[in-house]
Ligand binder design. Structure first.
Ligand code: SME
Length: 159
């Protein structure tokens, strides 16, 4: 049984502890669904002010919903559409302060106000994206981006 309760004084420490927790959870476990599920759960438990966290997987060139925490979400997203699809197509982190100002944003939960999507790439191949939503505008800072990029690096070897 895992009992992670990460209560760090600052964001950098919190992300360092979160990275260690995710590394520990996926260590030696080859099942990708289990690893994505536990990663989504520990991120959900740790990050304040979020209303959705999860994965969209690259299934034959289309993003398909993977393990997540939060409200049920749209299942399939074409590359290039929405924050997730743009992250997948460009392989660039999308950090969106106001999702309503993002032209093709897909509203799965009307409570979402800002979002970060991080591509997960292994051996030059896009495996999935990590998507996190917040009900607070401009929730995600550069520090969050650096922390989530680190999580994506760890997960690239585990999913
Ligand atoms: N908002 C995303 C869709 C996925 S949900 O946030 C869970 C997007 O625009 O790609």
């Amino acid at each position: 049984m895992y009992d992670f309760k990460i209560e760090a004084a600052d964001a950098a420490t919190m992300y360092r502890d979160l990275a260690s927790a995710v590394e520990g959870m996926v260590a030696g476990e080859p099942d990708t669904v289990a690893n994505m599920a536990n990663a989504a759960a520990v991120i959900w438990e740790t990050l304040p002010d979020i209303n959705w966290v999860g994965f969209y997987r690259n299934v034959d060139g289309e993003l398909v919903l993977g393990p997540f925490q939060g409200r049920p979400a749209c299942i399939r997203i074409p590359f290039g559409t929405g924050v997730c699809g743009v992250a997948a197509a460009t392989r660039q982190v999308q950090r969106v302060n106001d999702v309503h100002a993002f032209p093709s944003h897909i509203a799965c939960d009307s409570a979402s106000a800002s979002e970060i999507v991080v591509p997960i790439v292994r051996d030059g191949e896009l495996i999935a994206v990590l998507d996190i939503d917040s009900p607070r505008k401009a929730r995600f800072t550069e520090e969050d981006e650096a922390g989530c990029v680190r999580l994506a690096e760890i997960l690239a070897k585990a999913i």
